[in-house]
Design a protein. Structure first.
Length: 458
């Protein structure tokens, strides 16, 4: 990890983005009701954002850090081409956290009206309240004692209470139900503003019991520095901006109302459960982190990059010639997958589709491409579909496959899914599939010539 990103907060990356001209700083007062959301939406993938003055609060807001693959690579301090490899390596070579006594995130301790002190935005006009959207949830399984870090949304209901919206198969929901079965509530912490690599680790699709903070250590190249919460025996990143300590009441059900989802529309999930909070710790100059929900770049890439790494791991167990896997922005970072296979053998494309659908229920459309097609380049993928695919042979439609509850078209928990085999097949073209290009030597001569006059084009 470079010195600029060596600290384990978001501040090193914020400084680096500012030096690169990729941080928009707004000094005028901004209203947390809708206006924060509008500003983040307008800037979106173009830059990170810091809002220095929020009406009614003395705490700035920041976000839009991980809104492109380039910024994900920056957070991990690796070339963009190595993002997936780096995420996968973190699962296989985790580094356990290390406990520290002096924690910047505990410079200020507040034990009353904890949520009322935070500039929580109201994002969209049909949502019924403000949401904490960037909260990394840290908890321990009440049966096994193993840790877990993940994301869920929190709708603020009062100065010390919120609705937590968690899918039923979410590890945090499973742990909360385990605690309820034992007659207790699940103690947990909400972390805001930890290092972006720690946030990425919390998005990984791991098994229940695999601790994402250990993967975060591998991504950082050093152990995550953690400290013990003030009200419970739970370890949280010591250099985050804010930690909110509380508990989940799995048996206390609350109606949520319409809420935005990754596809950019509203969903009506019905109910969530109550969370209560009794302690807020933070830096003395803390900043409040926001991830713009819905179909916005940071929300898309946080999910898509992590799901892609998980799928690569699943596919590689069965197929040795799998290359890069992309979960594209066009599918909201959730629904559309592109899998690169080197010299696919007959039947491998459909096998890869089946593995993807079986691994993650939220995946709907799977495209298989050859190793010369960059799966993250949507234009290249569409060109492969247009030139290498015969619809009657290479499109597979499977009905009634399991769907995530967030799927826009699911009915009764199922949806039809589509696979596209956009790979070259022997005998399809007598002219072959070679690209029409000048010889390599001519490219080299002209590249050198261009470098003299427009080096930015080379």
């Amino acid at each position: 990890m470079s010195e600029a990103l060596r600290d384990q907060s978001c501040r090193g990356m914020m400084d680096a983005l500012a030096r690169q001209g990729e941080l928009v700083v707004i000094e005028d007062p901004v209203d947390p009701v809708f206006d924060v959301s509008a500003m983040f939406s307008l800037v979106d993938e173009k830059a990170a954002v810091k809002l220095s003055r929020i009406k009614g609060y003395d705490m700035p807001i920041f976000g839009n850090f991980l809104s492109s693959l380039d910024r994900v690579a920056m957070a991990l301090d690796v070339p963009k081409a190595d993002i997936q490899k780096t995420l996968l390596a973190s699962v296989h070579k985790p580094i356990a956290p290390v406990l520290v006594e002096e924690a910047p995130v505990q410079q200020v301790v507040i034990r009353d009206n904890v949520l009322a002190r935070l500039p929580v935005p109201t994002f969209f006009d049909k949502e019924t309240g403000p949401y904490i959207s960037a909260g990394m949830m840290v908890a321990v399984d009440p049966e096994t004692g193993l840790g877990n870090a993940s994301y869920a949304r929190l709708k603020v209901l009062g100065p010390n209470e919120a609705l937590i919206g968690i899918a039923p198969n979410h590890h945090l929901a499973i742990m909360a139900r385990k605690a309820a079965a034992r007659g207790s509530n699940l103690r947990f912490a909400v972390v805001l503003g930890a290092h972006p690599a720690i946030q990425l680790a919390a998005c990984l699709y791991l098994g229940l019991g695999d601790d994402e903070l250990h993967c975060a250590g591998a991504l950082l190249g050093e152990a995550v520095r953690v400290t013990c919460c003030k009200t419970m025996d739970l370890l949280v990143p010591a250099e985050a901006e804010i930690v909110i300590e509380g508990e989940i009441h799995a048996d206390d059900v609350i109606l949520e109302g319409l809420v935005s989802e990754y596809h950019g529309m509203y969903e009506d999930y019905g109910t969530g459960v109550r969370a209560s909070f009794d302690c807020l710790t933070m830096r003395k100059d803390a900043m409040f982190q926001v991830i713009e929900p819905g179909y916005h770049a940071e929300h898309i890439y946080l999910g898509g990059v992590a799901i892609a790494a998980s799928l690569k791991a699943q596919l590689s167990r069965s197929m040795l010639n799998v290359g890069e896997v992309a979960v594209t922005a066009s599918g909201s970072g959730r629904n559309n997958v592109v899998v690169q296979i080197d010299k696919p053998r007959p039947g491998q494309a459909r096998r890869a589709m089946a593995i993807c659908w079986g691994a993650v229920s939220i995946i709907k459309n799977v495209t298989i491409v050859d190793s010369d097609v960059d799966p993250w380049d949507l234009a290249a993928v569409e060109l492969a579909k247009a030139t290498r695919m015969r619809a009657e042979r290479d499109i597979l439609i499977v009905t009634d496959l399991p769907a995530d509850r967030s799927e826009p078209q699911e009915a009764g928990g199922v949806v039809a899914k589509v696979g596209y085999d956009a790979t070259c097949k022997a005998g399809d073209r007598k002219e072959g599939f070679d690209k029409a290009l000048p010889p390599a030597a001519s490219y080299e001569r002209m590249r050198a010539l261009l470098a003299k006059t427009r080096p930015d084009f080379v």
